[in-house]
Design a protein around this ligand. Structure first.
Ligand SMILES: [Fe+2]
Ligand SMILES: [Fe+2]
Length: 126
């Protein structure tokens, strides 16, 4: 699958969040390498947890009106990651296909950045 490549269009108007978003994309790109999937998923869980906290705090500080929706999205993703990691560690390919898992991650992250995170750009630029 093609690599995710950062574009200036993805900027949400905040340097910290932009660099975390780049980091998330790099993590997703590493799924194509030969690192053990469970380690990558664990790293992604830690990274996403820090990122979501940073983002929610900033959005709260600027009074972003759709903060609850962001929180809901983040929570659902974290829950999916936890479940998937547990399934992967207990059954590997028997329970979860690594291809489906990677495809889901790519789509979720691309969609979340371009739809949900893009929506708060004007709030952070104020
Ligand atoms: Fe977000
Ligand atoms: Fe984000």
């Amino acid at each position: 699958m093609g690599k995710m490549v950062w574009k200036d269009d993805y900027s949400v108007g905040n340097a910290v969040l932009d660099s975390q978003h780049r980091g998330l994309m790099e993590l997703v790109n590493r799924l194509d390498g030969d690192e053990p999937l469970s380690l990558l998923l664990e790293e992604l869980t830690r990274y996403a947890t820090v990122h979501f906290q940073t983002e929610e705090k900033l959005l709260q500080a600027v009074g972003y009106p759709d903060l609850e929706q962001q929180k809901f999205q983040h929570k659902a993703f974290r829950a999916w990651l936890d479940r998937t990691l547990a399934d992967w560690e207990s059954g590997g390919e028997r329970l979860v296909s690594s291809r489906d898992l990677k495809a889901y991650l790519r789509v979720w992250i691309a969609n979340h950045l371009q739809v949900y995170d893009a929506a708060f750009k004007s709030w952070l630029e104020k």
